[in-house]
Write a protein that binds this ligand. Structure first.
Ligand code: HCB
Length: 214
């Protein structure tokens, strides 16, 4: 197994072939190939291609959903391998979720898995998370950090709503905020007063470590 596996994973997603993507993912595990590379440079690249085709009107929603399904079923196989060999010392408590009105959860789940694998205690609220739920969970677990995800230009504004709610709850000094997702950027993070923007899961782990003082 070599870099060829990345090409095969990419093609399986581009061809909406859920079964094949799952089969190759199992191969990744048995051969000890880097699961993060398989996720980001194989499956993720395939999903990017389908997303671009969707934007250009070349494919329709059911196809996009099939491609996402191939990614999700493969992630279920690959994610546990990300968490291997982790030290049990908790680096910080992180609440993650995709903001309200937004059902995209693939990237958020990768970030959650990578944070867990790196030694953070992660509380994943899933997708379409109301602002009040972020605040309640942060209080409940005494969180150090909230990691929000948004994939739609119509939902990214929810991120500033969460930051304002943190301020109103008197938690903004204690709870740091990291954001990510296709439409957001460093400029958006600065505009809404988030502490960090992370473009991928590796950057998210780096940012989380810095923000939690590790
Ligand atoms: Co969706 N969709 N979609 N979609 N979708 C996007 C996001 C568009 C950009 C596609 C396009 O038009 N080019 C577009 C949004 C346009 C816009 O707002 N500007 C779009 C649209 C329009 C929609 C619908 C509205 C379509 C419709 O119904 N007509 C609908 C949304 C309904 C809703 O949410 N209310 C919809 C639905 C879907 C699905 C269900 C078919 C599927 C989602 C399945 C799921 O997540 N369970 C889907 C998908 C898969 C996509 C694309 C193709 C890929 C998203 C993805 O998973 N990427 C996406 C195209 C794109 O993003 N370019 C398209 C792979 C992951 C690994 O990348 O960026 O999410 P990521 O995460 C990275 C990174 O950003 C960072 O780390 C991750 C790992 O590296 N990160 C964080 C992410 N979150 C972080 C949080 C942190 O704190 C830190 C870092």
């Amino acid at each position: 197994m070599s870099e060829d596996v990345l090409k095969r994973l990419k093609e399986a997603v581009v061809n909406y072939d859920v079964e094949l993507a799952v089969e190759i993912s199992k191969e990744v595990i048995t051969t000890g190939f880097d699961p993060l590379k398989a996720i980001e440079q194989g499956l993720g690249e395939g999903l990017k291609i389908v997303g671009d085709k969707f934007e250009a009107g070349e494919v329709f929603l059911p196809m996009l959903m099939m491609a996402a399904q191939a990614m999700k079923e493969s992630l279920a196989i690959l994610e546990p391998a990300l968490a291997k060999g982790v030290s049990r010392k908790v680096l910080g408590k992180v609440v993650v979720g995709t903001v309200e009105g937004d059902i995209h959860d693939i990237g958020k789940s990768i970030v959650a898995a990578m944070l867990t694998a790196s030694g953070f205690e992660v509380h994943d609220l899933g997708a379409d998370t109301p602002t009040s739920k972020f605040i309640a969970k942060a209080k409940e677990v005494d969180a150090d950090l909230i990691g929000m995800s948004a994939l739609l230009t119509t939902t990214m504004t929810k991120m500033s709503e969460v930051i304002n709610a943190l301020k109103e709850a008197g938690l903004r000094q204690k709870v740091k905020v990291m954001i990510g997702g296709a439409p957001v950027s460093t400029a958006w993070a600065e505009k809404i007063g988030a502490d960090a923007y992370a473009e991928d899961a590796i950057a998210a782990v780096d940012a989380a470590k810095k923000l939690c003082g590790k």
